[in-house]
Design a protein around this ligand. Structure first.
Ligand SMILES: C[S@@+](CC[C@H](N)C(=O)[O-])C[C@H]1O[C@@H](n2cnc3c(N)ncnc32)[C@H](O)[C@@H]1O
Length: 210
């Protein structure tokens, strides 16, 4: 049995980057953030649910600093090892679980999160925390699955939402105060085979400005 500081992601951390589909998804999301938000080298950024840093490491060259936040020590250790090995100076990591009452300190020009919101029971509360952490004029970008039927993950442990309706989530952005809220499709994950049937799972990027 896991204690409350262990995460199901701890045991997946060591081989997280070995799945090419996952790496492509992270690259596509990072490219969408770069294209749509245009991060600049005067920005302090934060990724919530950074995992092994697949998205963070793609955004890092464009910004002043990135804080990678995650509730899995195993994931953060993988990211820390990559950062140390490559000598990158502007990425720091923080262990925070918002759902266990953890709080992120600081203020940021850009907050992004990829494939993490569906693991959060109360997305509106997290969006409010993001709003409070952003400086005026700062951007939030959330990438996640469009509403699906529960077949995206082979194991739905820790999955609290089978994707999101874009209009609903954009409504939550507006409720907590974000302006200029819009969405794009960052990528589409294709699962299955020709024989068994292929399925498309579009991934949105919703952007809001404080
Ligand atoms: C599907 S992974 C995505 C990781 C990374 N963003 C990527 O694109 O490869 C979801 C991540 O969210 C983290 N996570 C889940 N629940 C969390 C919470 N309540 N607080 C912080 N991180 C959380 C997990 O530990 C995991 O690293």
């Amino acid at each position: 049995m896991k204690d409350q500081n262990e995460s199901v992601f701890d045991e997946r951390a060591a081989y997280w980057d070995e799945e090419p589909r996952r790496v492509k998804l992270a690259n596509d999301v990072a490219n969408a953030i770069i294209r749509e938000i245009n991060p600049t080298n005067d920005m302090d950024a934060l990724e919530y649910g950074c995992g092994s840093g697949l998205v963070t490491l793609r955004i890092q060259p464009f910004v002043k600093s990135i804080t990678g936040v995650d509730s899995s020590k195993g994931m953060l250790d993988v990211l820390k090892a990559k950062v140390e090995k490559s000598g990158i100076k502007n990425i720091q990591t923080r262990f925070v679980d918002f759902e266990q009452g953890g709080k992120v300190e600081g203020s940021f020009n850009l907050i992004f999160s990829s494939m993490t919101l569906h693991h959060i029971k109360e997305p509106a509360q997290l969006l409010k925390q993001f709003y409070d952490l952003l400086l005026p004029g700062g951007y939030l970008g959330i990438a996640d699955l469009d509403k699906e039927d529960g077949t995206y993950h082979s194991n739905n442990t820790g999955v609290h939402h089978f994707g999101f309706d874009r209009a609903y989530l954009k409504g939550l952005f507006k409720q907590v105060g974000f302006k200029e809220v819009r969405d794009v499709t960052a990528t589409t994950v294709v699962k299955g085979t020709e024989e068994k049937g292929k399925r498309d799972f579009p991934i949105f990027l919703i952007i809001g400005k404080k």
